[in-house]
Ligand binder design. Structure first.
Ligand SMILES: Cc1ncc(COP(=O)(O)O)c(C=O)c1O
Length: 342
């Protein structure tokens, strides 16, 4: 089976982990601090705090914003990872879902109408595609989520630099993936607040929320190595995208042309109402295609999001790997030929 995603770990990853273990200090924040500095520079925010996951990063970002604003309702894209919904709930807030367009980015008119009643907004670059709405001004603070688009540029500016606060994930399959981990990026005030909430040993009893959210130096070491190869891997995924473009019927290639911009994280096509059947067919032919999103998040709220519902029925994420063997290319091509009659 061609896997849906496959992070590669060469000897430099093992050496980086071994060096941390050999040092005898796996949780003293040396590597995590180095990762924070590197990401600050890459993203162009004032400060960054390494935490244990992207989901925690979202929850902590919302809680940090709550220190200076009343945050009750938080807008999230309906067609997105369930972590967003759970992070909002874990921050003690209510999630309000915003619908997507046919290209899976937010419907601007609907988002603007909803935002008037929100206290904060999470904007995602979906599946590595760029979300230009991060450039707009909003009536509430914006958390820019670059979990899937880390390393991408929008109008010559790094994603992650647009939000009032930004978050990243170091989950294994993400563009900056090591194993687990996340980052909150923002101004000194927000990041200080996040630090206080992330380490029970350095904070005061007055803090309303504190959890053990620090990133271990082993996880940070893995993410640091990934940062070094992430640009090259993005280029490799882009080449794989072109390979897929050349092998799929035009109507599938054109169904989501926006995927070519950003971090080339996922290769998504729309197969009018036929996602489940076609995914099964692809799997039967050795291609581990997958739903990009398990369920639209508005199924957990009372919001109506027809665009997200239709995306759920239509969309398929095809394996997009930085490297494949010759044998895998042949197997992938054979499977595509059968499933798409091309
Ligand atoms: C857009 C987005 N944000 C946040 C997260 C959460 O990241 P993590 O898995 O590190 O908790 C994910 C995870 O899949 C994601 O896709």
């Amino acid at each position: 089976m061609i896997p849906h995603a496959r992070p590669s770990f060469d000897a430099s990853f093992s050496q980086a982990v071994q060096a941390v273990v050999d040092s005898g200090y796996t949780a003293c924040h040396t590597k995590a601090a180095q990762l924070e500095r590197e990401i600050c520079v890459r993203v162009g925010q004032d400060d960054a705090v390494a935490v244990d996951s992207g989901t925690s990063a979202l929850m902590l970002a919302i809680r940090a914003l709550s220190a200076s604003n009343t945050i009750k309702k938080v807008g999230i894209p309906a067609y997105a990872c369930a972590s967003l919904l759970f992070a909002v709930r874990a921050a003690g807030c209510e999630a309000v879902c915003m619908d997507c367009n046919h290209d899976l980015r937010l419907d601007q008119d609907k988002a603007v109408a909803i935002a008037a009643d929100l206290d904060a907004l999470i904007l995602v670059h979906p599946f590595g595609m760029l979300e230009p709405l991060v450039k707009e001004s909003w009536p509430c603070p914006v958390i820019e989520d670059i979990a899937q688009a880390a390393g991408a540029m929008l109008d010559g500016q790094a994603v992650g630099s647009f939000g009032d606060v930004s978050i990243a994930s170091f989950y294994a399959t993400k563009p900056w993936g090591g194993a687990y981990g996340g980052m909150v990026m923002g101004d000194l005030e927000v990041c200080t607040e996040v630090r206080h909430m992330s380490n029970p040993d350095v904070t005061g009893f007055k803090q309303s929320y504190v959890g053990h959210h620090q990133l271990s130096d082993i996880h940070a070491a893995l993410a640091l190595v990934r940062l070094q190869c992430s640009k090259n891997e993005m280029q490799q995924r882009r080449q794989h995208m072109t390979w897929l473009d050349q092998r799929l019927p035009d109507r599938y290639v054109q169904s989501l042309s926006n995927r070519q911009f950003g971090s080339a994280y996922r290769y998504i096509i729309r197969a009018e109402n036929n996602a489940e059947t076609l995914i099964q067919h692809l799997r039967n032919h050795g291609i581990a295609a997958s739903l990009p999103v398990q369920k639209p998040l508005n199924m957990a709220t009372s919001d109506i999001c027809d665009g997200a519902y239709q995306a759920w029925k239509d969309c398929i994420s095809l394996p997009l790997l930085p490297t494949m063997s010759q044998h895998e290319y042949q197997q992938y091509e054979r499977g595509l030929k059968v499933c798409f009659s091309c």
